[in-house]
Design a protein around this ligand. Structure first.
Ligand SMILES: CC(C)(COP(=O)(O)OP(=O)(O)OC[C@H]1O[C@@H](n2cnc3c(N)ncnc32)[C@H](O)[C@@H]1OP(=O)(O)O)[C@@H](O)C(=O)NCCC(=O)NCCS
Length: 165
């Protein structure tokens, strides 16, 4: 019975990966869109500006925070962490074997409703891919609920490939 439950939970999600063996094809979002990493001190000073809470910032798993901006307005956010054992342990076998040694995973990504559908997510993911590649990383991983069509479409536009069906 437990096996059935965990299997069906796994089936709710799709894993996607972007391998960084070559430069990602950048997707450009709206004119003026830019991204940068937000240091922890800046997040702690004004978490609400970035749509997060202090407990998000003090999460036990070390992770980095990146934001997208149009002028001074925050128009995208995502947490990025190294795909260590805590992630690898819960991956389906079929996915674990395709994970490269230096992999990053993305979670908590968000575009404000009024700005959706303008390719901010694919622009963010391709920007992150170029940044991660320059840092020597090999792969970016994403876990997306099967029913989250907007997220799946935005992720595929960035060049990610489905690892599980
Ligand atoms: C998923 C999400 C980050 C996509 O961001 P985005 O910047 O709008 O991405 P895109 O512009 O590439 O749009 C992706 C898809 O969203 C859908 N979309 C378009 N306009 C939309 C709108 N106004 N409102 C909602 N969805 C819209 C379309 O299906 C679009 O795909 P298409 O351009 O091929 O038609 C955003 O919808 C979001 O923050 N959702 C809530 C949080 C979430 O699901 N995060 C991801 C968890 S894995």
């Amino acid at each position: 019975m437990r096996l059935t439950t965990s299997r069906s939970l796994r089936d709710e999600y799709i894993w996607l990966a972007l391998n960084l063996d070559q430069d990602p094809r950048p997707v450009s979002g709206p004119t003026g869109l830019g991204f940068r990493e937000i240091p922890r001190e800046e997040l702690e000073r004004d978490p609400a500006r970035f749509g997060v809470t202090l407990s998000d910032v003090r999460h036990p798993v070390p992770r980095r925070f990146f934001a997208g901006f149009l002028a001074d307005e925050v128009v995208y956010r995502m947490w990025v962490f190294e795909a260590h054992d805590h992630l690898l342990g819960r991956l389906p076998d079929s996915v674990r074997s395709a994970v490269l040694p230096s992999a990053l995973a993305v979670e908590g990504s968000f575009t404000p409703p009024a700005l959706r559908g303008r390719s901010i997510r694919p622009a963010a993911l391709t920007w992150l891919a170029a940044t991660a590649r320059a840092e020597g990383m090999q792969q970016i991983l994403l876990e997306i609920r099967r029913t989250n069509i907007a997220s799946l479409r935005g992720t595929l536009k960035a060049g990610f490939k489905v690892m599980t069906r």
